[in-house]
Design a protein around this ligand. Structure first.
Ligand code: HEC
Length: 156
């Protein structure tokens, strides 16, 4: 009789141990899943917010571009009192064929990268003395948005 009791107790102990082990393992697995899910969510949020920021800039820049439209079009080959700004980003200055630039602009020899576009638009005649364009954008956020738009439409 005591033998069977001992055996019973041993079996019960083993079962309890196994149950505990199983519980621990599934908890570890569950927490791993949680960590993974949280990481994925964070990556997702970060990605979507940076995309949202980028397109917000571009959209605001597009609205600001209405200030330039009196003198500039974005259509290739369509010049107004200013040259077409089709594909302006990262191209050399005074490169539109058939547009009569000022001597100052022709001799400027800059590439319209982000930095140069911002400096020019902040104060055209300070950046390139003697240019025909005097229209400037003074606010830094507006400059950022406008240049984001010009770059987006040039590289789309
Ligand atoms: C009142 C007319 C006028 C307005 C408004 C104007 N521009 Fe201009 N822009 C010109 C003229 C004229 C030139 C050519 C300058 C020269 O040859 O000296 C020019 C030249 C440029 C150039 C150099 C182009 C090249 O081919 O190298 C850029 C870039 C430019 N403008 C961007 C803009 C942007 C962006 C705006 C709006 C914020 C704007 N301009 C508003 C008249 C204007």
């Amino acid at each position: 009789m005591p033998e069977t009791k001992k055996l019973k107790r041993q079996t019960a102990q083993k079962a309890a141990l196994l149950a505990q082990l199983f519980q621990e393992r599934s908890m570890v697995r569950a927490s791993l899943w949680l960590v993974m899910a949280a990481t994925m969510t964070m990556i997702g949020v970060l990605l979507s917010s940076s995309i949202a920021f980028a397109s917000d800039d571009v959209q605001r820049g597009e609205k600001l571009f209405t200030r330039c439209q009196a003198c500039h079009s974005l259509v290739q080959g369509v010049n107004k009192s200013g040259p077409s700004l089709f594909g302006i980003a990262d191209r050399p200055s005074a490169a539109v064929e058939g547009y009569r630039y000022s001597k100052a602009m022709e001799g400027a020899g800059v590439v319209w990268n982000e930095e140069n576009l911002k400096s020019f638009l902040a104060s055209p005649r300070k950046f390139i003395p003697g240019v025909k364009m005097s229209f400037a954008i003074r606010k830094q956020e507006e400059l950022d948005d406008l240049v984001a738009f010009l770059r987006a439409q040039s590289h789309e």
